[in-house]
Write a protein that binds this ligand. Sequence first.
Ligand code: TYD
Length: 134
Amino acid sequence: MKDYSRPFLLEFPKVGNPSLGFISIAEKEDLPFVPKRIYWTYYTPEDVERGGHSHFDLQQILLAVAGKIEVTTELLNGEKLHFVLDRPNMGLFIPKMCWRTMKYTHNAVQICIASNEYDEKDYIRDYQIFLGEK
Ligand code: TYD
């Protein structure tokens, strides 16, 4: 049984070949939650660090559909992980209550598949408050 309390990489099918190009598909059976929202970020300057927050309830899957994203994650048990997303068919599951930061190459396009609608009250944007949730 999969542990949805920790981040993990999810490999999506990659169908095609170099002469035709490729397609990747996220079927609902292969997702850890039913998506309620999809958003994407792009043109992030390379010196900008995004994220810097946790969510009480939201679960997400991040994908670099172009370029490269470096993600650090931290759980309340102190576990810190570092992920490099640089394959369009590779996603990163981010659980609830997980502090994360992201850095992007200039050409990176990030898609986020999210388990809930946008709700600012679901964010913890202060690191000390996050640690206080232990
Ligand atoms: P945020 O989630 O903090 O971005 P990141 O994790 O990439 O650093 O969101 C950035 C801003 O965009 C913030 O002001 C909230 C707003 N926003 C929405 O209005 N709706 C959304 O669905 C998302 C994801 C963000």
